[in-house]
Design a protein around this ligand. Structure first.
Ligand SMILES: *Cc1c(COP(=O)(O)O)cnc(C)c1O
Length: 394
């Protein structure tokens, strides 16, 4: 115990004296205008979870996404998923289908509502919810006596899921889709922006996402009355009365006007960030070119446009290299990497939840990893990554 901690301290010290700065997986990247918007909020004393920046931020997001949508900005992407499920009437005892390979925030709100997540495996081309197993799950749940209330589908790492197939199943069985676009702002499918396909879409502006408000999220809806209802629930469900009167349970889920100010600066650089993240993906494609045992995760066809929020690779099981070795080699150079999202059906907290699939997401988890993908990455950092990767694979 003592020895290990001494060793870690020594290693940290060595790293320190080597003066190699950490290369992070995904950093916040300010565009330069954010502080001006924050100053304006201070000047006008709009220091609250409402105000002109909140309203303008929503309008800018609507303009960016589509003329057909309305956006309510919220305190987090998780809050947006929670509200979407509430708007869909999910309650205790219900079942909700959910992509297994994702961040826990896609699934947790199902539990907040006392409902049961039914996890569905990935398909190998987009790594997202597998239409075949989605339909299998629906048929089996109906046969067992309960029709699922909603489908949570995710555009993981920015890669659009198989939108046409998932939408067709949703229509066929009349089960609405909550489109978790937390990682996919700026991605599109057949030239339509991610976040606008589901009955409800959600975004996240957490610090590690493609744009950030420090913390925040948004709910994307098709009907103005859904936006109104979402904002009502997000502001403690206050009835229309001069005193505080409540007929329903509400939440404190609105975005602060300060955070929205950061968002206004960030949305100006969103497309630039998308192109920088996509350049990181090209960088990795060049780096691994000619290796048939290591594959950079890319779009399956020109219908798909990923923001490449994180660039990922997978190792073939015949390779003499593996994610663990690569991660350790990069870590020794103070370069941060991460395994892929660990599927929910193998998470301890969800071990009792039903699962439909063939092991695809678990295989991806075992053979894949995420590489540093920040839009703020410079050439010197890229060449450090190149050196560390080549030293490991050659
Ligand atoms: C980040 C993320 C969320 C949650 O967003 P927060 O703003 O952090 O609450 C949900 N789903 C996915 C896939 C995410 O990556």
């Amino acid at each position: 115990m003592g020895l290990i901690s001494v060793e870690i301290k020594l290693r940290n010290l060595t790293n320190h004296f080597r003066m190699k700065e950490r290369i992070h997986l995904s950093l916040p990247h300010m565009g330069g205008n954010e502080e001006e918007f924050i100053s304006e909020a201070f000047r006008t004393n709009w220091i609250a979870p409402l105000g002109p920046h909140v309203t303008t931020f929503e309008k800018k997001l609507e303009e960016y996404l589509s003329k057909e949508v309305h956006v309510a900005s919220l305190s987090s992407g998780t809050a947006a998923i929670h509200l979407a499920l509430i708007l869909l009437g999910v309650g205790p005892g219900d079942e909700v289908l959910c992509q297994s390979m994702t961040f826990a925030a896609s699934a947790n709100p199902i539990k907040y509502l006392g409902a049961t997540p039914i996890f569905v495996d990935s398909e190998p081309t987009t790594w997202n919810i597998c239409p075949h197993y989605l339909e299998e799950a629906i048929k089996d749940r109906i046969a067992k006596g309960k029709k699922p209330k909603a489908i949570v589908a995710v555009h993981l790492f920015g890669m659009p899921y198989q939108v046409d197939e998932v939408t067709a199943i949703s229509k066929k069985y009349e089960i609405p889709v909550v489109e978790d676009s937390a990682e996919a702002l700026g991605s599109s499918y057949k030239n339509q922006k991610c976040g606008t396909f589901g009955d409800f879409g959600i975004l996240s502006f957490n610090g590690n996402k493609i744009i950030t408000t420090s913390g925040g999220g948004a709910l994307i809806v098709k009907k103005p009355e859904h936006k109104e209802r979402a904002i009502f629930l997000a502001t403690q469900a206050r009835d229309d009365a001069p005193h505080y009167q409540h007929s329903e349970i509400g939440y404190n889920y609105r975005l602060s006007n300060i955070s929205a100010g950061i968002g206004l600066g960030q949305i100006k650089v969103l497309d630039k960030h998308v192109s920088l993240r996509r350049n990181m993906n090209k960088f990795y494609k060049n780096l691994f070119e000619g290796r048939n045992d290591i594959k950079v995760f890319t779009e399956p066809s020109s219908d798909y446009f990923s923001n490449h929020w994180l660039s990922c690779i997978t190792f073939s099981d015949k390779s003499d290299k593996n994610p663990l070795g690569m991660r350790e080699a990069l870590s020794n150079e103070n370069i941060e990497t991460r395994p892929l999202w660990k599927p929910m059906h193998i998470q301890p907290v969800f071990k009792d939840a039903p699962f439909y699939g063939d092991g695809t997401s678990e295989a991806l988890f075992n053979m894949g990893m995420c590489l540093p993908s920040s839009s703020s990455m410079n050439d010197q950092e890229r060449s450090r990554i190149t050196d560390a990767v080549l030293a490991y694979i050659n």
